[in-house]
Design a protein around this ligand. Structure first.
Ligand SMILES: [Zn+2]
Ligand SMILES: [Zn+2]
Length: 445
């Protein structure tokens, strides 16, 4: 690892002291967001608090971007790459969590509240004029809505009323052109390892979402089942079909398919005539997603055929597979080693979960790092933030240090990463791919 120039060392130490001076208010805000969780495209309060903090730090904000997003831009006035430091505004919904919202069940069991904290910490460090004076290019701080792919019905209504087209915040940012002049994206996610670690991710599965309805015919379940068509049995057979396809999935595609039945019937004495399911199909590559989807659709039709039911399949694009930029990861490693030592640095291996940072990674060099100050299973009632200083302050410094390494010395390092990056897709290709996943099918057995 190369030693930093004097310019970079000085900028880092000024940024770190600025962040330390604001440590209390940064942690307080992150705890306030933890205590007031809001799910995707509903994060009004969280957005307002985020914008207030940005304004207090002297930044100009743009609000209501893709409904609830907030953006503040720092421009050095000198040429160089434009970096986006992102934080996600939304919570999940896990009503059993101890601080779940009593009305909505929303809870920050993915720790996105600390992302807002560490993004703002980086903003505090980088907006110090003595730091900014040493940099080229610009940095935008982006509080982005709706990363968790949930409440699909609500979001489909937003889509149908024209408020959004895609169901996630970063997808909407791309569609709206908010990332058009951005060259590099950075984000730090919480990770329940409990270790003092800052480890960039390698890759994630992408996914497709399906909502499925089996339509049969109701009849007396005891007296005259021969007059009915059992839609629940059709759904059961479809799930068997999917399960029996598992042996055909290639190891390298890392397929995960997890259907749920959201409505299994109306009354036990009546043959189920209207059964609904939702499922995600996840894979490590777009081709893997498409291959698995063909088999899932076959199984869904087969369930309908065997029972004589009808199946309606509504397919929506989920997220693109993530491919994070190794050169950016190495730049971040440099900051990680400085802040938490060799033992806390390294790589997070491939993950079979999905994120819309994957969508961003299709069009520009992207890094998603994981900070270890949490405990309990992610997305569960046991998830807790255990080390606020690590997740907000240290992680914020790591983002600021990385931006400094990229933009100091006339932004030579950042510029090199941007020039060498071979984007898997252009923005129009990305939008076309995403739209290509959307379709509705009705099939009668
Ligand atoms: Zn999550
Ligand atoms: Zn998350």
């Amino acid at each position: 690892m190369q030693n930093d120039s004097l310019e970079i060392t000085t900028a880092k130490s000024i940024a770190a002291s600025s962040i330390d001076e604001q440590a209390n208010s940064l942690i307080q805000l992150s705890k306030d967001i933890w205590n007031h969780p809001e799910s995707g495209f509903r994060e009004r309060r969280t957005a307002k608090k985020t914008a207030e903090f940005m304004k207090l730090s002297g930044l100009e904000t743009r609000e209501n971007v893709a409904m609830t997003g907030v953006i503040a831009k720092l421009d050095t006035g000198r040429p160089g790459p434009h970096i986006a430091i992102m934080g996600e505004l939304d919570s999940l919904i896990v009503p059993e969590h101890r601080v779940a919202d009593a009305k909505t069940g929303a809870a920050h069991v993915c720790g996105h509240n600390i992302q807002i904290g560490n993004m703002l910490a980086a903003a505090v460090g980088l907006s110090n004029p003595a730091v900014l004076a040493k940099l080229n290019g610009s940095i935008s701080f982006m509080a982005v809505p709706a990363e968790e792919y949930i409440e699909i019905e609500y979001r489909e209504k937003l889509r149908d009323s024209g408020e959004i087209e895609f169901l996630s915040g970063k997808q909407e940012f791309i569609r709206l052109g908010e990332l058009e002049n951005v060259d590099i994206s950075l984000l730090t996610h919480a990770e329940p390892s409990g270790e003092p670690a800052l480890r960039p991710g390698t890759s994630h599965n992408g996914m497709i979402a399906k909502s499925v309805r089996f339509l049969g015919r109701s009849a007396h379940a005891g007296g005259a089942p021969h007059l009915g068509i059992n839609a629940l049995n059709a759904a059961n057979l479809a799930m068997q079909g999917i399960a029996l396809q598992r042996e055909t999935f290639k190891e390298e595609d890392k397929i995960r398919i997890h259907p749920i039945i959201t409505r299994g019937g109306a009354a036990v004495s009546s043959v189920p005539a209207n059964v609904t399911m939702e499922m995600f199909i996840r894979a490590a590559s777009i081709q893997g997603m498409k291959d698995a989807e063909i088999k899932v659709d076959q199984a869904l039709r087969a369930g309908a055929m065997a029972i004589g039911a009808t199946v309606e399949i509504s397919t929506s694009p989920g997220y693109m597979p993530s491919k994070f930029c190794e050169e950016l990861n190495q730049t971040y490693d440099h900051a990680a080693v400085e802040l938490v030592g060799e033992s806390g640095s390294g790589r997070m291996p491939h993950r079979t979960s999905s994120t819309d940072m994957g969508d961003v990674s299709m069009i520009m060099p992207t890094m998603q790092s994981y900070v270890g100050g949490a405990s309990g299973r992610t997305h569960s009632n046991e998830f807790e933030i255990t080390d606020w200083g690590l997740d907000v302050i240290v992680a914020g410094k790591a983002l600021a240090f990385t931006a400094i390494s990229l933009l100091a010395n006339e932004a030579k390092h950042g510029q090199k990463i941007v020039e060498q990056f071979d984007a898997p897709m252009t923005v129009p290709q990305y939008l076309e791919t995403l739209r290509g996943f959307r379709r509705n099918e009705s099939w009668s057995g």
